[in-house]
Design a protein around this ligand. Structure first.
Ligand code: SAM
Length: 210
């Protein structure tokens, strides 16, 4: 279902202290700008609960959210305006351009939470674990950098396991029912809560750059 434009959208997009309108100007400087030695980037942050709450839970790390849908991004920014984070920024753009915003080796952890599955063959290239994206992640990640993915979608998860394995990443951890045990170290995202409420298992994988 398409989300309707919120009446606060334009104000929030124009005034949020979190939004970065020219992210390429921070390339190579995100850690310094956010006062941290460890940079986490989430692609497809949606309404931003994971990004915001992880930034609160791990204030010593820097957190950058990326979301291409202006309507949901404005919800993320509105929610973030209710807290005062100095270690978080948000980019409202398509992550296709991620190589323009970060320097090679700059990102320590990339988070993919409930990425769109794009089940039709014609749309497979849009998956955030398609090799076109994964090649970019490999360049942007630091030595030993990680990609952490959670999904409800078995087909996308299996596809991602195959692609990541082909693209110089080593699988470090895999869960086929992540929330069957307690994981206070990891925030539950909006979509994750929906699938948990439906009783669906949550898949999770962690890959490390070789
Ligand atoms: C299914 S939602 C999941 C939202 C959130 N991560 C969660 O777990 O609740 C996927 C989000 O990824 C965003 N997205 C998909 N492809 C993207 C891209 N190439 N760049 C930035 N955002 C993207 C969509 O707009 C959507 O908001």
């Amino acid at each position: 279902m398409r989300m309707r434009k919120k009446n606060y959208q334009e104000v929030v997009l124009a005034t949020s202290k979190y939004i970065v309108n020219e992210p390429s100007k921070l390339a190579g400087q995100w850690k310094a700008a956010l006062g941290s030695g460890e940079l986490h980037v989430e692609i497809g942050s949606g309404k931003g609960d994971y990004w915001r709450l992880m930034a609160q839970q791990y204030p010593q790390a820097a957190w950058v959210g990326i979301e291409k849908n202006v309507n949901v991004a404005s919800v993320a920014l509105k929610k973030a305006s209710e807290v005062d984070l100095t270690n978080a920024k948000f980019i409202v753009w398509d992550a296709n351009l991620i190589q323009e915003w970060f320097m090679p080796g700059e990102i320590d952890v990339l988070h993919l939470n409930f990425s769109d599955p794009w089940p039709k063959k014609a749309h497979v290239k849009r998956r955030l674990t398609h090799h076109h994206f994964v090649e970019k992640y490999y360049q942007l990640l630091s030595d030993q950098g990680r990609v952490i993915m959670k999904s409800d979608n078995r087909e996308l998860f299996e596809f991602s396991l195959v692609v990541m394995g082909q693209q110089w990443f080593v699988l470090e951890e895999v869960f086929v029912d992540f929330r069957s045990s307690t994981h206070d170290e990891d925030v539950i995202s909006e979509y994750e809560q929906r699938f948990m409420d439906l009783g669906q298992p949550i898949y999770r994988a962690v890959w490390r750059k070789r």
